[in-house]
Design a protein around this ligand. Structure first.
Ligand SMILES: *Cc1c(COP(=O)(O)O)cnc(C)c1O
Length: 477
């Protein structure tokens, strides 16, 4: 007779509890002492190969699996919890958000639909997002993995607006839809066009000006020529905080243009949309409240643990027409667990089964409050200005783009082969463990990009970054 239990609960709840408390302490210790660690370190090859075993046949004790995690996984993670991490655009996360993740996993709710409180929480945090952005409370949306998928969902709603809900059955039928974004827009917008079957070539990239903002006269001209040759423009995507340098498109200008031309106005607000919680930053985004749809990320500037993005659509009915389906096994009733307020979340997006992302947002927004989260964002903008001033004052460094928010693009002045050296310098820096920046291209040149998104970041982290760049840059010449 096999003695393998046919359930998955612990055999001994007391020893499970003790092990679970140790895991919790380890994670709290990790975050509390994050500054004592390198920002990033490369995973050694031996450890990488140790993680490539066969499917486990029998049980490994929880303590052992946790030890493996602590020794082989945790030290070799991205490092975005560390205040020296300024690479790409990554939020730092919080221990309060971590606790909410624990509660959400314990509850194991499925937020596809039905009548339960977790769905109310999701509706609530979306109303809070709408309030921060300035959209009407009746706007509808969902929490999703991130802005990449949020942009796709919004694009599909814009497609429904242009072609009618029949497009879902009939497809594009040879119609040539065209959308616009600036050449500084995130690559996921083109990918959304591709995934929606419209084609990434049909996202026309409008040149951005020296401040990284879409040039509206170019946009108007491009629209005219596209219409003249029989294409069907349907959407403009404005960016509220470009990934390269944090530039904010002229959102009020784009809103007026879209109204006049009867185009859907979508905003990629991955970086900036939720900065509306700060009265000091909100004016930078004037016009954002006029969008037809907005995509945003909670896991970036708002520090909610990964993953969590969202989108909102002003016309709730159009969103419903884009995603709702009618399956017998998902019948909605007027009472019982199959009741509940309509629409169900599965009618507002691509997923049926959905986790309880809303809980970590709800915890975080309540535990910190708007004011404190706004203070984090405002501090990042101050730090970015301070970093820019130091770079400008340092003869071996050069600022490469205006600082609109919290992203600083700069270069080390190399004599020869500057682009190549810049890429190497970024890698030297990452491998030093002292700081992490990434690279991008501005006006054809490779630059270092420090994106200040970690709520733990302070002036001393900028000191460390500058001195490491100068030291490692000097080694390269
Ligand atoms: C990060 C980012 C995205 C993609 O968002 P994900 O959450 O990574 O999917 C899109 N647009 C901009 C401007 C971004 O910064």
């Amino acid at each position: 007779m096999s003695t393998v239990p046919t359930h998955l609960d612990p055999e001994d709840w007391d020893s499970f509890r003790a092990g679970a408390h140790r895991m919790l302490d380890d994670m709290i210790d990790f975050v509390a002492a994050i500054r004592s660690r390198p920002v990033w370190q490369k995973m050694p090859v031996e450890i990488r190969s140790e993680l490539r075993g066969k499917l486990p046949e029998g049980p490994v004790p929880l303590e052992q699996v946790h030890r493996d995690f602590m020794e082989r996984v945790l030290p070799f993670s991205v490092g975005n919890a560390h205040p020296g991490f300024m690479g790409w655009v990554h939020g730092g996360g919080t221990v309060q958000g971590m606790m909410a993740e624990l509660a959400a996993a314990g509850l194991n709710a499925n937020l596809g639909g039905r009548d339960h409180a977790p769905i109310e929480l999701e509706r609530q945090v979306l109303r809070w997002a709408a309030e921060a952005i300035g959209l009407p409370a009746e706007s509808a949306g969902l929490l999703v993995t991130g802005t990449s998928i949020a942009n796709l969902a919004a694009l599909l709603v814009a497609r429904t607006r242009h072609l009618g809900p029949e497009v879902r059955r009939e497809g594009l039928e040879g119609r040539r839809l065209v959308a616009y974004a600036s050449d500084a827009a995130h690559g996921c917008v083109a990918k959304a066009m591709d995934m929606a079957g419209i084609g990434s070539d049909n996202l026309h990239l409008v040149p951005s000006d020296e401040n990284g903002r879409m040039d509206l006269s170019h946009l108007a001209e491009r629209l005219r020529t596209d219409r003249a040759r029989g294409a069907e423009p349907f959407m403009v995507v404005g960016t509220a905080g470009t990934v390269n340098c944090g530039a904010i498109d002229d959102l009020a200008g784009l809103a007026a243009f879209c109204r006049a031309e009867r185009l859907w106005f979508h905003i990629d607000g991955a970086i900036g949309a939720l900065a509306g919680i700060s009265p000091a930053l909100k004016p930078l985004f004037a016009g954002i409240e006029q969008a037809d749809s907005i995509a945003f990320d909670f896991h970036k500037w708002l520090q909610i643990p990964y993953d969590c993005g969202g989108f909102l659509v002003r016309d709730a009915q159009l969103l419903h027409q884009t995603f709702a389906t009618d399956n017998v096994y998902l019948r909605r009733e007027t009472r019982g667990l199959a009741g509940g307020d309509l629409p169900w979340p599965c009618d507002l997006g691509p997923d049926l089964s959905r986790g309880f992302r809303a809980l970590k947002v709800w915890y975080s927004l309540r535990v910190f409050g708007r004011e404190r989260l706004a203070a984090v964002m405002e501090n990042h903008c101050r730090l970015a200005q301070s970093l820019a001033a130091r770079i400008a004052a340092e003869p071996r460094l050069e600022m490469m783009a205006p600082v609109a928010l919290n992203i600083v693009c700069f270069r080390y002045r190399f004599e020869n082969d500057a682009d190549r050296e810049m890429v190497e310098l970024a890698a030297d820096l990452q491998e030093s463990g002292e700081a992490v920046v990434s690279t991008t291209r501005i006006k054809g040149q490779v630059v270092l990009r420090a994106a200040i998104f970690n709520h733990r970041a302070e002036e001393r982290d900028l000191d460390r970054l500058i001195s490491a760049v100068l030291r490692l840059g000097a080694v390269r010449g």
